[in-house]
Design a protein around this ligand. Structure first.
Ligand SMILES: [Zn+2]
Length: 263
């Protein structure tokens, strides 16, 4: 049985809630063994995709690939267009609905030093979660070229509602108003583009509280941050992604111009 077949068989056994699995070579796996083997078979990795070539240190990061699906798609397009650094963290959150549809005992939050026992579960700090988070911060600094970064653009995805939410660090109310106007201009007030809610102007559903307290949104990591929750309708079809990606890029470029960071 090759690794791909074993991966599929172990995922299937866990989905069926089996307590044990016997491989064709006679090896028996307990539930815990199945999870441990899947953690080896499905690597979680942290990648500095590109380094920033601007005078300001700007990084586009997607810490929840592929749990926040299609954030890699956006990061891979937006970062080069802006000449920003790019960081991806992949497969750290299990129960992602696609590649890791079951719990394999690895649900790390990456952009903060915590993990959860299950999707949506209570967050707690652990040695491995702290280690992965430290590596993530190291990757951000490497991609940006200095610490703290001048601007971190962190891409996330949520399913619960239809608004684009921007939790922020280091953005004043006056700046948020300009950013909101720039977003409306970038969308050309097109119907179908999500509304933007941005701190500190709006109260958000996803305020990224623990990333602000413990993680990547602390001011020791970045002077400014836009933590973006892309709603499902920006990610769910190829047509929607292709329509929204240039809007997102143009909007972020105008934010950089406003902060005098553009190339
Ligand atoms: Zn996320």
């Amino acid at each position: 049985m090759d690794d791909d077949a074993l991966t599929r068989a172990l995922i299937h056994a866990l989905r069926e809630r089996r307590d044990s699995f016997e491989a064709p070579d006679g090896r028996r796996y307990s539930r815990q063994d199945m999870q441990a083997r899947l953690r080896e078979l499905i690597a979680a990795d942290l990648i500095v995709m590109r380094t920033c070539s601007l005078s300001a240190a700007i990084v586009v990061a997607a810490p929840h690939v592929s749990f926040d699906n299609w954030t890699q798609y956006y990061a891979n397009r937006v970062a080069p267009a802006l000449q920003a650094g790019e960081v991806l963290a992949r497969n750290f959150r299990d129960e992602d609905g696609s590649k890791i549809p079951v719990s394999i005992g690895r649900h790390l939050h990456v952009n903060r030093p915590t993990e959860s026992e299950r999707r949506g579960g209570r967050e707690f700090e652990s040695d491995r979660a702290r280690a992965v988070h430290a590596d993530y911060i190291g990757a951000l600094v490497q991609a940006g070229g200095k610490a703290p970064l001048d601007l971190l653009i962190e891409l996330h995805g949520h399913h619960r509602h239809t608004v684009l939410e921007a939790a922020t660090t280091g953005i004043s109310e006056a700046e948020a108003r300009v950013i909101l106007d720039a977003y409306r201009a970038a969308t050309g007030n097109q119907t179908g583009s999500p509304e933007l809610h941005i701190e500190p102007l709006h109260e958000l559903r996803y305020a990224a509280r623990s990333a602000k307290e413990l993680g990547s949104l602390r001011d020791s990591v970045c002077r400014r941050a836009l933590h973006l929750e892309l709603p499902r309708q920006c990610r769910d079809t190829a047509a929607n992604r292709e329509a929204f990606q240039p809007i997102l890029t143009e909007w972020l470029r105008s934010c950089m111009t406003m902060f005098e960071m553009a190339a």
